[in-house]
Design a protein around this ligand. Structure first.
Ligand code: NAD
Length: 256
């Protein structure tokens, strides 16, 4: 059985994934603001350092996988800078801090959580995604505050770019660590429930096409995450898997 760390473990998809992995007998170290094993604020470098230190202490020698689910959606009054700090830097800084443990894991696997907003929401700022990828948090925060709506897909695109560019490098696959990403569509979680009543996002959500005829269930993403963490996904390296009830296919049938 494996030992995994996941952030955003107290709610939504993260909580469903924790439950899914624990049901299989794995040990899961949860990180979130409250109500889990490691309580830390991933929007700040200090909170990330605290999370890395506590996960390292709890994990012991090694870690077999990591999934950063912690995230915030666009919402009335929420600055783009906060979203970028949690969604991108809160994921990547903790991932890189846990690298020494992952390098000692058994078939270690990392799953980053992107979003189909990257291909379904138009006109997000590509330069913001590049600033994230370059690791320039101060400049990314400044750019994000100029476009809070666009900063969500931009930060999620940066996570996909990270997977696509780093997964094949010696540092990652050369060390036996597989990096992949999931791009979920609309999943019925507390994040989406809040978005449905927020004046900034409610209209857009109503217009969001779902060919399957319903929103996703957190357990459906948990299942895919468990697969990507486990040994039967051994040939997946650098993949970004859309799991969205058909939305991305509807918009991009022939973008190849
Ligand atoms: P959720 O709101 O249910 O869970 C998000 C969790 O992140 C919460 O427990 C919250 O406390 C935690 N979090 C937020 N800020 C934090 C911080 N500063 N430090 C530590 N933890 C923090 O949302 P969800 O829908 O389960 O989303 C999980 C992930 O999936 C997010 O990254 C989200 O962007 C992504 N995603 C969700 C959807 C969707 O439709 N629900 C679609 C695409 C991608």
């Amino acid at each position: 059985m494996g030992t995994y760390a996941i952030t955003g473990a107290a709610s939504g998809i993260g909580a469903a994934t924790k439950a899914r992995l624990e049901a299989d007998g794995h040990r899961v170290i949860g990180v979130d603001l409250h109500n889990t094993d490691v309580n830390a604020d991933l929007s700040t470098p200090e909170g990330r350092a605290e999370a890395i230190a506590k996960v390292t202490e709890l994990a012991g020698e090694s870690l077999d996988g990591f999934v950063p689910f912690a995230g915030l959606a666009a919402a009335t009054g929420r600055p783009g800078s906060l979203m970028v700090s949690v969604n991108y830097f809160g994921a990547i800084e903790v991932l890189e801090g846990l690298y020494p443990l992952l390098a000692k894991g058994t078939n270690p696997s990392v799953v980053l959580i992107s979003s189909n907003s990257t291909t379904c929401q138009p006109n997000w700022p590509v330069e913001l995604a590049e600033l994230c990828l370059a690791g320039d948090e101060a400049a990314a925060r400044e750019a994000a505050d100029k476009d809070p709506m666009g900063s969500y897909p931009a930060a999620k695109a940066a996570l996909a770019y990270y997977v696509r560019t780093k997964a094949v490098a010696d540092e990652w696959i050369g060390a036996g660590i597989r990096l992949n990403a999931i791009a979920p569509g609309l999943i019925e979680t507390p994040m989406v429930a809040a978005g449905k009543v927020d004046p900034l996002t409610a209209e857009g959500m109503k217009m969001f096409p779902l060919p399957i005829g319903r929103g996703g269930r957190p357990e459906e993403i948990a299942e895919l995450t468990a697969f990507l963490l486990g040994p039967t996904s051994s040939f997946f390296v650098g993949s970004v898997l859309f799991c969205d009830g058909g939305t991305d296919a509807l918009f991009h049938a022939k973008d190849w």
